[in-house]
Design a protein around this ligand. Structure first.
Ligand code: PEP
Ligand code: MN
Length: 337
């Protein structure tokens, strides 16, 4: 449930409500806007039933939140959140561009890619060290060795490093190297992993599951936030449909839906969504128009030699040209990039 305070309610009024909520064993989450303060109560709300919270001075109204996700819910936090990864913001007014190879293949290629994507305008370096491949015989990633390489490339360029973790064991290692943890589509509902990631307090990029509804996706975010990590960024990466012309179907309408239902930033990955190099530019532009807070794009020094996802990877030149094309779209959307 959420308690909306009257315009100009005093700090004492707010504290009285918080006290009433916590006294019943629920958690109180404050969202202090310019005009009004909203207090979200999380827990067994039946315990508050006879408390007449509306009688506490300064309370305007009480609304019940029917969705099962609360902390990720816009009703709890009406202002859009800006997530900071170090000093790099993801949220309103910015277009966070994350780029890099599908997988870290060796030290030279990730360093070279970091320099190229940085020069083109990216602020995050992506690269997988633990690869969730469809075939067990496909390249599985360099694991800790890869993390060492991408950390060095991040440090050399000032790019923030984002890497996927596929297991609790990978998480234990990755927390020592990365700036942002990525939960891949295949692990979006790996609840034990989500909980442990939440306890790490490291910012998280949460990809949408292959067949996950938006409601399930926001509940996955709730798992992370509920464990103590509020810094969750959502990533639409296409969903499974009957269409075969593209690898997945980019559900671009998820962007405005998320913006309405949640305060969390949402970015789009047109690379995994389409699986086809030629479609990345058009869908990246459409993502900005739809309100995305950023993009994740696969870039490789030699896509035809890539150990994974070559057909959807851009060359350095193509990525640079894409960034040039995206700039006016970002400007039109009021986003710095
Ligand atoms: C990736 O980003 O490397 C990846 C595997 O993507 P997804 O989880 O969206 O398939
Ligand atoms: Mn990939």
């Amino acid at each position: 449930m959420i308690i909306i305070m009257k315009h100009g309610a005093s700090q004492d009024n707010v504290e009285a409500v918080v006290k009433a909520i916590t006294a019943k064993g629920l958690q109180a989450h404050l969202s202090q806007g310019d005009q009004v303060t909203i207090i979200g109560a999380v827990g067994d709300k039946t315990r508050l039933m006879h408390d007449n919270l509306e009688l506490i001075p300064g309370v305007d109204k009480i609304l019940s939140v029917t969705e099962t996700y609360k902390l990720a819910n816009k009703k709890f936090h009406p202002q859009d959140s800006t997530i900071r990864v170090g000093d790099t913001p993801i949220g309103p007014g910015h277009l966070a561009v994350m780029a890099g190879p599908c997988a870290i293949e060796d030290e030279e290629m990730i360093m070279e890619t970091a320099q190229a994507v940085k020069a083109a305008g990216a602020s995050f370096l992506r690269g997988g060290a633990y690869k969730p491949r469809t075939s067990p015989y496909a390249f599985q990633g360099l694991e800790e060795e890869g993390l060492r390489y991408i950390r060095r490339a991040g440090d050399a360029t000032g790019l923030k490093v984002v890497c996927e973790v596929t297991s609790l064991r990978a998480l234990e290692t990755a927390v020592r190297y990365v700036d942002m943890l990525q939960v891949g589509a295949r692990n979006m509902q790996n609840f034990e992993l989500l909980k442990e990631i939440g306890r790490s307090r490291i910012p998280v990029l949460l990809k949408r599951g292959l067949s996950a509804t938006i409601d399930e996706w926001l509940n996955a975010a709730e798992y992370i936030i509920a464990e103590g990590s509020p810094d969750v960024v959502l990533c639409e990466r296409g969903i499974r449909t009957f269409e075969k012309a593209t690898r997945n179907t980019l559900d671009l309408s998820a962007v405005p839906v998320i913006r309405q239902k949640s305060h969390l930033p949402v970015i789009v990955d047109p690379s995994h969504a389409t699986g086809v190099r030629d479609y990345i530019g058009p869908m990246a532009k459409a993502s900005i128009a739809a309100g995305a807070d950023g993009l994740m794009v696969e870039v490789h020094p030699c896509p035809s030699c890539a150990l994974s996802d070559g057909p959807q990877s851009l060359t350095f030149e193509q990525f640079d040209a894409l960034c040039g094309e995206l700039r006016p779209y970002a400007a039109l959307a009021g986003r710095a990039f």
